[in-house]
Every structure is written in C-alpha cells, then in structure tokens.
Write a protein that binds this ligand. Structure first.
Ligand SMILES: Nc1ncnc2c1ncn2[C@@H]1O[C@H](COP(=O)(O)OP(=O)(O)O)[C@@H](O)[C@H]1O
Ligand SMILES: [Mg+2]
Length: 297
C-alpha cells in the first residue's frame, strides 16, 4: 500500500529503466505491484508490449458519480504483464484525463491512484521529463519520490529543480539514486562524483560509498519537510541493460546479470525500508532513531 514516483526533469537519466526493473524486483519479492506509465511516450508500456489503442475512451457507462466512473474505467485498463506485476498505460485514459474537471491540479486522478493503492502492495509511477499535471497527480498521492541522477551536471541540477517543486506538493521522502554509473573509474566518473558531493551540505559528502541510504541536505533546496536520502545503490551502466530494452525484457529475465539484479533487489529493500519509515505511526516516534533503525536492514 505504498506509492513511489520515479522522476527527474531531465530525459535519458534512466527513469524508465529504474521504474520497470524496480517494479519487477517488487513482484519477484512476492509483492503485487502496479506500474503506472504516466509518460505520453509510453516507454514502460512498450517494454511490456502493451499495444497502444488510440481511440478515445468514453465515460458513458460504469458507476454513478464521476469518481466511481473514473475508478472503474482505470481498473478496466490494468493488465497483468508478469507474475504479480500489473501495468496501467495512462495513454488509454487520455479521454478520461481530459474530462477530469480537476486535471489542472491532478486531484481526481490522484484520488483514483490512492484508491487503487488498496489493491496492491506497491504502486510505481514512471513520469515524463517535462513538468505537468501528471507530476502533480503523482506527487499528491506518493509516499516517496525516487530521483535517478546520472553522471551529468544537468542531471543533478534538474534533480534539485524537481525537488524544489515536489516539496510544495508532498511531505514524505525523496531518494536520490545514481544511475548509468561507469564500472571503471574514469576521469568523468570521478568528476561527476565530485560534482554530486559538492551539491550536499555539511557531512552529506560522506554519503557516497556508504553502505546504507544516508539522509542528506542539498544546496539550493528550499526548506521543507521533505526528507532527502542518497541511496547506497549505484545502478551500473551496462550494454546488456540497453540491449534488453530492444528484447522487451527486464533485468530479471536475463540470466547473466546477477550483479545488476542484486543492485535492484537491494534498491527494492531500501525503498521498502523508507516506505516503512514514512508511515505516520513511525513518524510519531523519535524520528531520528526510527529512520536510523529502519534503514539498518
Ligand atoms: N543501466 C543501463 N545501462 C545502459 N544503458 C541504460 C541503462 N539504463 C538505461 N539505459 C538506456 O539509456 C537510455 C535512457 O534510459 P531511460 O530509462 O529510457 O531514461 P528516461 O526514462 O529517464 O528517459 C535508454 O536507451 C536505455 O536503454
Ligand atoms: Mg522514460
């Protein structure tokens, strides 16, 4: 019953790869997981070979009030794409979203997602790189935002820009995850690590290389109740991961990549620990110690 949104306002940082593989990691851990593809480009849906049906859906039938109609129409579009892994391709709901009187703030769709969360252990939302109503709807109902950061200066800047916006709409937690990391230490990889370290305030620069997610403060971030963590998992750049996108497979469907599968499984565990730490009853306890304990899995 937790909702995580994967987002960064830069394209090509590995959002879809992270969202699809993390969803499959959850499903492999026996958690019923719904992946919502909010990107109009539909890359996550394409990976699972959901064919696009462009004809507009109608709102004539199904339920009495607007919310009930939206909810049953959304449920009708959910498909099981792997054992325990379900997919909602939001392009199939475009007519509904256009009809949403509250789409400006994404409120109604957000209520639909909240309601769906009762039926799943996890919901993972993949987002487009351009800020819009989709993000509002997603953040409104999310417990956690995962921000993939690739080894580029623009990626870190876009992440800070996103978090400044997110903190207006949600109070939970954000997890920065380094993606497309070179396995060899090169001049560029060292420079990108230095650059990321320089964006942290105080002792946050020790976070890289830590074996647990570490709470950090980012320079340039407006004060808010959003807690920011840097994941201990760095997702490696791999030609095979790239090839798998052509073969319509996740990393769990490739036999020879156990170290990348391990990275995703570890990430799934970290996310579950953060979800647990975000629950309201935990927040009522001593926050510092409960976050520390829950992250020490
Ligand atoms: N770990 C990885 N190693 C190599 N290539 C990757 C990896 N993750 C993603 N890619 C490739 O990088 C490109 C961008 O990834 P994608 O997940 O689509 O990013 P985004 O959703 O942020 O635009 C894609 O071509 C994808 O196949
Ligand atoms: Mg994408």
């Amino acid at each position: 019953m937790s909702v995580v949104t994967v987002s960064n306002l830069k394209g090509g940082v590995g959002k879809t790869a992270l969202a699809t593989n993390l969803s499959h990691a959850f499903a492999k851990r026996m958690c019923e997981t719904l992946l919502i593809d909010l990107d109009p480009q539909g890359d996550a849906s394409t990976l699972f070979e959901i064919v696009r049906h462009v004809q507009a859906t109608t709102l004539d039938s199904l339920g009495t009030n607007l919310f009930q109609r939206f909810l049953s129409q959304t449920k009708n579009e959910i498909r099981e794409v792997r054992d325990g892994l379900y997919l909602l391709d939001v392009r199939r709901l475009s007519a509904m979203l256009q009809a949403d009187p509250l789409t400006g703030e994404g409120k109604l769709f957000s209520r639909v997602i909240e309601s769906l969360s009762m039926n799943f252990d996890h919901i993972v939302i993949d987002t487009p790189p351009v800020w819009g109503n989709a993000h509002r709807a997603a953040f409104e109902c999310s417990d956690l935002v995962i921000v993939p950061v690739d080894p580029s200066e623009m990626s870190v800047r876009a992440a800070v820009g996103l978090l400044n916006r997110v903190s207006e709409d949600m109070a939970g937690a954000a997890l920065l995850v380094r993606t497309l990391v070179q396995s060899r230490a090169t001049r560029v990889s060292r420079e990108s690590t230095r650059h990321l370290q320089a964006t942290f305030e105080g002792d946050g620069d020790e976070a890289i290389g830590n074996c647990r997610p570490k709470q950090v403060s980012l320079k340039g971030l407006s004060p808010s109740s959003l807690k920011i963590f840097l994941s201990s998992v760095a997702l490696p750049r791999s030609e095979i991961v790239h090839l798998l996108s052509y073969r319509k497979k996740t990393i769990y469907e490739h036999h020879a990549l156990s170290f990348i599968q391990n990275a995703y499984t570890l990430l799934a565990k970290e996310v579950e620990a953060l979800f647990a730490a975000c629950q309201p009853e935990v927040e009522e306890e001593d926050e510092e110690s409960s976050f520390g304990e829950l992250l020490a899995f």
